[in-house]
Design a protein around this ligand. Structure first.
Ligand SMILES: Nc1ncnc2c1ncn2[C@@H]1O[C@H](COP(=O)(O)OP(=O)(O)OP(=O)(O)O)[C@@H](O)[C@H]1O
Ligand SMILES: [Mg+2]
Length: 306
């Protein structure tokens, strides 16, 4: 059952620029969906159209069956939005901001609920602090608490981890999974394939205002999420030993580097056996690193005729 359906959506800004081109998208109840695309692709425009912040030029958007224009109040109360640009009242406390935000949506006060989300976002010990005294990552979590204050069924996170450090990023991913466990449908945007891979069940790729592909994560990663493992050898080798044939290794021209290509989502990616095989063949390794297809490489693969 779709909780969000977008039909033939177009958006041309006042200056004449067409930011969205005939977008069609269905989001299932309870899923985590990542919208992946480079700067200027149209991610924020699409989210803003769904949330009623900008007006579509044509097309239809239904949230839980309600039309976002005709039934604006109903759809808006089903939606929580964490915008890309952080906007909060710097002088207000965390506790007041989140409770106030709930009130804006006409919900009766529920301190127990607000306490729960503030705790879940690890902000409880900051609840009486003014927003201006928080770090950037904490402010972003306050924005999430605000967006959840009125118990929305769909949460939009527009680049939730922009400016968030690596360890907090992991916490954020974990929190998003918890929200999903509470039954919230989540749509997030990101520039990073690895982030989409970590967080989402389904991924849509948007470029130049067009959705190029929507696919289950595992399928997409199978198609596009190839990784390469590069092994710098202690000593050059004459050739790849026959025992390592199954890995289809590529030997560099200087014979001092081996490259193995694998699908990143396969649990059984063959790396452990490869390393054991190298050791058994007496090949010493000096250094090791991995590379993942970049967004640019993915676009090239997606648009090239097959
Ligand atoms: N108010 C506006 N008026 C005119 N053009 C706009 C406006 N807002 C956005 N655009 C243009 O629409 C295109 C899509 O912008 P949008 O903000 O949706 O991209 P995005 O995918 O969110 O990018 P980013 O990853 O940088 O956040 C861009 O070319 C942008 O310049
Ligand atoms: Mg954006």
């Amino acid at each position: 059952m779709a909780i969000l359906s977008v039909h033939n959506l177009n958006k041309t800004y006042a200056g004449g620029f067409q930011a969205l081109k005939n977008i069609n998208l269905e989001i299932r109840k309870g899923e985590i969906f990542a919208l992946l695309g480079p700067n200027g692709a149209g991610k924020t425009t699409l989210i803003n159209a769904i949330c009623g912040i900008i007006k579509p030029s044509s097309g239809q958007i239904l949230v839980d069956g309600f039309d976002i224009i005709k039934d604006f109040r109903a759809t808006r109360s089903l939606i929580g939005l964490v915008p890309q640009e952080l906007t909060t009242d710097a002088f207000e406390t965390v506790w007041n901001t989140v409770n106030f935000s709930r009130g804006i949506f006409g919900k009766t006060p529920d301190h127990a609920y607000v306490e729960r989300i503030i705790k879940q976002l690890s902000l409880w010990d900051k609840r009486n602090g003014k927003i201006m005294t928080l770090s950037g990552g904490m402010k972003r979590r306050v924005m999430i608490a605000k967006a959840l204050s009125h118990e929305p069924r769909i949460l939009f996170l527009d680049e939730p981890t922009a400016g968030v450090d690596v360890s907090l990023r992991k916490d954020m991913w974990e929190q998003v999974r918890q929200l999903k466990d509470n039954g919230v449908t989540i749509i997030l945007t990101t520039h990073y394939l690895d982030e989409a891979e970590q967080m989402a069940e389904r991924i849509g790729v948007i470029n130049n205002g067009e959705i190029i592909i929507t696919e289950n994560k595992n399928e997409l990663m199978k198609k596009l999420g190839r990784k390469t493992l590069v092994l710098d050898l202690k000593h050059p080798v004459g050739q790849v030993p026959a025992s390592l044939g199954p890995w289809n290794l590529v030997l560099s021209p200087d014979r001092a580097q081996l490259t193995y290509t694998y699908v990143s989502t396969h649990a059984d990616n063959g790396i452990a056996e490869l390393l054991a095989g190298l050791s058994a063949a007496g090949i010493g390794i000096k250094d090791i690193h991995t590379d993942q297809s970049s967004l640019e490489e993915i676009f090239i693969q997606l648009v090239k005729p097959s």
